[in-house]
Write a new protein. Structure first.
Length: 211
C-alpha cells in the first residue's frame, strides 16, 4: 500500500473507496483510494507480456461486463477464473467512475507499458481520468508549480487514482506522469478509464466538462 498522504487540499486520500467521490469538490484535484492489489489479481505479474495485446475500446455501461470479457479474451489474457477476476475488477471501477462522472459510457484502456511513455508531468485533456497500476511501478504525481523542487509522489499497484483534467480545471493543481521504466527493464500494466465524449454520448456529461 502506498504511504499515507496528508488530507489537505487539493488531494484527498484514504482506504475507503468513497474517497474517490470527493473529486467533485471544487478544491480537490486528485482523489486516491489507497489499497493493496486484490489477491485474485496477483497472477498478472507472471504474464508473458509478448503474448498480451493492449486494449482500447469504448464501453456502454449496460453491456460493460460482456464487452470487457470479449476484449480480454481477444488481447490474450488467460481463461476462466483469472480472466473473470480481471473483468470484474475493471467493470466495478468503470461503474464507480461512471457514477461519479454521471456518464453512460466510458473509454477503457489496459496497456502494457515498457517504455518511458508520458515521461513529462502533465494534466490530461479530459474532464477526469482514473488510473490504476496493476503490475510494476505506479504512476507518479506532483503538485503543479513544484515539478522541479518535488517531492515526487509514487502510487503503488492497487491504488486507484482519480485525476481532474484540463476540461474540468483550466489550471490543474496536480500533475502526473508514467513511472520511468525504460532503464530498469520493468513492465507496467496500467488501467485507464475516461468518460466517453463522442458526439453521441456528449449529452451524458455536464456542459462544463466538455471542450
Amino acid at each position: 500500500m502506498s504511504p499515507a498522504i496528508a488530507l489537505h487540499e487539493p488531494v484527498a486520500a484514504g482506504e475507503d473507496p468513497k474517497i474517490l467521490d470527493r473529486i467533485r469538490s471544487a478544491d480537490i484535484h486528485l482523489t486516491l483510494w489507497q489499497r493493496p492489489l486484490p489477491e485474485n489479481l496477483a497472477w498478472l505479474e507472471a504474464l508473458d507480456w509478448d503474448a498480451i495485446d493492449d486494449l482500447d475500446f469504448a464501453a456502454d455501461l449496460d453491456n460493460i461486463d460482456a464487452e470487457i470479457a470479449d476484449g480480454l479474451r481477444e488481447a490474450g489474457y488467460p481463461e476462466a477464473a483469472d480472466r473473470a477476476a480481471l473483468r470484474d475488477e475493471i467493470a466495478a471501477l468503470a461503474r464507480r467512475f461512471s457514477a461519479i462522472m454521471d456518464c453512460k459510457a466510458v473509454k477503457i484502456r489496459l496497456e502494457v507499458v515498457e517504455t518511458d511513455a508520458c515521461r513529462k508531468f502533465h494534466a490530461d485533456h479530459v474532464a477526469a481520468r482514473l488510473l490504476m497500476t496493476l503490475v510494476g511501478p505506479g504512476t507518479q504525481w506532483v503538485h503543479a508549480g513544484k515539478v522541479a523542487a518535488g517531492p515526487i509522489h509514487h502510487l503503488v499497484a492497487g491504488d486507484v487514482a482519480f485525476f481532474k483534467g484540463r476540461r474540468w480545471a483550466d489550471e490543474p493543481a496536480i500533475l502526473h506522469r508514467s513511472a520511468p521504466v525504460a532503464a530498469t527493464g520493468e513492465t507496467r500494466l496500467l488501467l485507464v478509464i475516461d468518460p466517453l465524449t463522442t458526439t453521441s454520448e456528449a449529452a451524458a456529461l455536464p456542459s462544463e466538462w466538455l471542450p
